[in-house]
Structure formats: C-alpha cells, structure tokens
Write a protein that binds this ligand. Sequence first.
Ligand SMILES: [Zn+2]
Length: 192
Amino acid sequence: MTKPEHLLEVHDLDAAGKTYASALEVDWVTRALDGCDVTATAAGQVEVRFSKSGDDVVIRGRVRQPLTAPCARCLAPAPIDVDTELSLLLVPASSQKASYARGKSGPPDDPRREETNPGDSDLDVYDGDHVALDDFVREAILLEVPPFPLCAAACPGIGATPQAPVPTDGDIDPRLQPLLALSARLKKDRKD
Ligand SMILES: [Zn+2]
C-alpha cells in the first residue's frame, strides 16, 4: 500500500489516551483493497481509542465500511456491511516482546501473520512516533468479507431456472418408465 493516511500520534501518548476518528474515503478503500474482489459503495468510518500501557500502545475501536462483492452464485453485487471491532496491542519494535510477537507468528520478518488469530488483541509492533492504522483497517475489513458472498441467501445462481426441466413422457429415460407407472398408480390409489 502507498503512503499511510491514518496515522496515530503516539509520541506523547499517556494512559488516558486519545481518540482518532476518520472517514474511510472511497478512494482510500479502493487503493487499500486493490486486487480484492470488493468495491466500496460509500465512505466508511474508523474510530478508535488509543492509549499507552507501559511502553505498549493499546488500540480499540470500530471499523465500518459498506462494500459489495460479486455474488458467488450469480455475480450480481452482493452487499457486505462491514461493522467490526479493531483491537490491537502494539509493542515497541526494539523490545523483547517484539521478538516474541515475531516468533510466535511465523516468518520472523512478518509479524502480520497474526491476522489468522482473531479473538484476542493482535500483538504487533510499532516503531517511532506514529502508528499507521491503514494496514490494520485493511485487514479488519478483509476479515469480514465472506469467502462466498451471496446477493441473497436464496440466490438460485446463473441459469438455475432451466436446470431441472419437468420430464414429459416423450423424453424420459425408458428405464424409468416402470417407476413412473408405479408412481402414477400410487397417486391414483391415494386419491381413491
Ligand atoms: Zn446471486
């Protein structure tokens, strides 16, 4: 991703903390989710409360973003209303905990692998006076995109209508004729 736009100033942060709120412009979302099969339908919103806990930065908040993705069955736009929590724990990049954060999450140079382990606060690292929220917001949004988005739960899919034609006597498999006759007889018996 290009230059981060959602920066938290953590230089003089204390335990009381601060609030950051910003719109997620359609432009930003489009760039952030480039290559993913989703489209922002309107601006979203990120709102977090962030504070220091010792040397760590604790971030808690919410991400809202209206999206659409192609329906997995018919390709029509399927609405996805992302409304999710953002919960992060960032340790200084120079600290011992930072190496723990890297170690427990796979490749040593990629602490971002944490995203496969939602639930608890993600343990991540920060470096310097700012924390860029961009990648975290991006991950939070992507986690909410279903693997098989549907335009409607009952979407029949493309070409579903003629999929099961009602058999007529003319084109039915001859091997099924005895069964058909039996079924007709049973129906008749039930009516009698
Ligand atoms: Zn559909």
